[in-house]
Design a protein. Structure first.
Lengths: 322, 328
């Protein structure tokens, strides 16, 4: 079998919280709870969930910007958290990130040449100025900007163009993995469509792998071929985009899908019944217990594990097989 | 009875490139209980029109036209008279609940602010009113005491506080400017339900401003689509969303990835509107959308189109409204 490009193995991440009392053991917040994922070369993997569910933490760990508390990430078979730092630095050229806010992620005091060439400088690629400029101009044309834009500054560009610059900066090191953390959610729909098309074209051209993090389900459905739904640091449902969107099994996935407002004014939303939590939440219970309409005693006592069901994986004792 | 009438409203702001007209000649009217949506991309003037109704535009801006609320023209009032309307007869929910609330004031004090200003109640009555409001927006005082600070609440709860503030004086009109943009879908659903229920139960008119076509589709009866300070299409939400006529409206719709796209065998490219929104000082003569439009003609570039009535309630500002064949 082909080796996956990225293999995330049983990753836990705890963040320490401030102590309330001097001699107390420091409390912690578990942001990720045993995440296992595999990303294949050339695919797009979507990560979906509400704010605070740990999707950005996962992105930071895949980018080796943060250490997991336990577990590890393999990139092309190499353990990112167990190699010499010089080697990690060398490896970093293969995975790059595009951030959410195109206004905050570009340094306003640097020109576009400086911004896009920065990864080359950091990675100690010894290029002459002319070579560097040549490479930057090339990549700018690739992302739909002008080669002559190298001397301009970020404020001269619109939001969509800035996001193209951010993509150019990620592409300049010729990476195989791009982590896109909410990369199109700050853009207007017509611009968002342009940027999404660009990302697809680049993927076809360079056989890129995307890890696509978003709260916008229709974008994720459109872009990705595999999806994982995360709730409170745990994967609750995972599988191919097609099977998961056509046949959502976990009550949480269904809640998410139902909450997206329909653009057809005639399709009125179904009313959701108010529900009072019946079971007390413990550290052993299913994380979705207090919001679930199908909660039983079993859910309160044991947390369900991911099991295969109808072509994808779901962590639920009472999946909705309709 | 007509509650709000906006007549030939134009707004000019002073920018680095000199005075620029950001809204030109918009007209619409609303009755009590109406739900109007304003949809468009950033820079189309949807928020500026809301600010004009609240008289919250920057001091050096110039306005012309009329905004008539019941029988008063808001634009001709002095600042004291405006104060008696703002927050009292018109309430507004702002976009960013993280920044719109004052971080150093308790939520109870923030909600009671406009009550103190407009309602002439004593302390006990004010407290009762605030308690009632918090109940209405789903933050029962037993669980969410009034002495909490905004940072102790989540994004959705803060937006509920904002709603309580906006409806504190039983306004005639509630303006919601992108009320759910910063929120998760599940929370967005709850907030939209809340706003809709409040409007239905009290007969308030609602102006819902959003860039999200789904939000507009699910909360409004009438809609106006704006582009670069002009209305390009207006009508009943069902008519406009089912049978869109302006190329811009159609472009907006085709740019959203539709649910069910994973079912298709091969991924299709998203259709997108070419080019980008022209900057304020670079807006062309004639139709502002001409440079991005697929059906552009010489006439479009010379003279700005006037409203064409398609039916009683459906109007479009375009010389070449789309036909069924164009949409294939």
């Amino acid at each position: 079998m082909k080796q996956p490009l990225v293999k995330i193995e049983d990753v836990y991440k705890d963040y320490q919280l401030p102590k309330k009392y001097l001699f107390q053991k420091a409390p912690f917040f578990r942001a990720l709870h045993g995440i296992n994922l595999e990303l294949n070369q050339g695919s797009s993997f979507g990560i979906v969930g509400e704010s605070g569910c740990g999707k950005s933490t996962l992105a930071r760990i895949v980018m080796a910007l943060d250490n997991p508390t336990s577990g590890t990430v393999f990139f092309e078979g190499r353990d990112l958290f167990n190699i010499p730092s010089a080697e990690l630095r060398h490896l970093r050229r293969n995975f790059q990130m595009v951030f959410q806010d195109p206004y905050g992620s570009l340094n306003p005091r640097k020109n576009i040449l400086g911004i896009v060439a920065e990864p080359l400088d950091t990675l100690k690629e010894r290029l002459s100025f002319a070579e560097k400029k040549e490479r930057v101009s090339q990549i700018l044309v690739e992302v739909g900007l002008n080669a002559a834009d190298t001397d301009k500054f970020p404020h001269e560009f619109s939001g969509g163009q800035r996001q193209r610059i951010a993509i150019a900066r990620a592409l300049i090191t010729r990476p195989s993995l791009i982590v896109a953390d909410e990369s199109v959610s700050a853009l207007d729909v017509s611009v968002q469509a342009q940027v999404l098309n660009l990302m697809m074209d680049l993927q076809d051209k360079y056989n890129l792998t995307y890890m696509f993090i978003s709260h916008d389900l229709s974008v994720v459905e459109y872009v990705t071929d595999h999806v994982a739904v995360i709730y409170m640091g745990q994967i609750v449902e995972q599988g191919t985009t097609k099977s998961l969107f056509q046949n959502p099994l976990h009550p949480y996935t269904q809640t998410l899908l139902r909450a997206v407002p329909d653009v057809n004014p005639l399709n009125k939303r179904r009313e959701v019944k108010e529900r009072i939590p019946q079971f007390e939440m413990t550290s052993k219970s299913c994380p979705f217990l207090d919001r679930c309409i199908k909660a039983t005693k079993n859910c309160a006592d044991n947390a369900p594990k991911l099991v295969e069901n109808m072509g994808h994986w779901v962590a639920c004792f009472n999946p909705d097989v309709a | 009875m007509t509650l709000l009438q906006v007549k030939d409203l134009s707004v000019t702001l002073i920018t680095a490139q000199g005075p620029q007209e950001v809204i030109s000649n918009i007209n619409f009217s609303m009755d009590a209980g109406d739900k109007l949506g304003i949809v468009g991309e950033s820079g189309c003037g949807k928020s500026i029109s809301a600010l004009a109704m609240m008289s919250l535009l920057p001091p050096d801006s110039q306005t012309s036209g009329k905004i008539i609320l019941e029988d008063q023209d808001i634009l001709s009032l002095n600042s004291t008279q405006i104060c008696s309307i703002r927050g009292n007869r018109i309430g507004m929910i702002f976009q960013e609940p993280m920044t719109a609330l004052n971080p150093v004031k308790k939520i109870g004090a923030q909600v009671s602010e406009s009550i103190d200003l407009h309602m002439n109640l004593n302390r006990k009555q004010t407290l009762e009113r605030v308690t009632e409001l918090m109940d209405k927006v789903g933050l029962a005082v037993s669980r969410f005491p009034l002495n909490l600070y905004p940072h102790q609440l989540s994004g959705g709860q803060r937006q509920r506080v904002m709603i309580a503030m906006a409806i504190a004086c039983n306004p005639k009109i509630l303006i919601a400017d992108e009320p759910t943009t910063a929120l998760d879908v599940t929370v967005q659903e709850q907030i939209l339900d809340l706003i809709r229920d409040l409007a239905d139960s009290s007969g308030m008119a609602l102006i819902m401003i959003s860039h999200d076509l789904g939000v507009i589709a699910q909360t409004t009866q009438n809609v106006m689509v704006m582009y670069t300070g002009n209305i390009v299409e207006m009508g009943r939400t069902v008519d406009v969303f089912q049978n869109m006529l302006h190329p811009y409206t159609y472009g907006l719709f085709s740019a959203i990835p539709h649910a069910g796209s994973s079912a298709q065998k091969k991924r299709k490219r998203l259709s997108c509107i070419p080019g980008q929104v022209p900057e304020l000082h670079l807006r062309p003569q004639g139709c502002n959308f001409a440079d991005r439009c697929s059906k552009v003609s010489h006439k479009c570039k010379a003279i700005e189109p006037a409203a064409t009535k398609i039916s009683d309630q459906h109007q479009v500002w375009c010389y070449h409204p789309l036909t069924q064949e164009d949409k294939k």
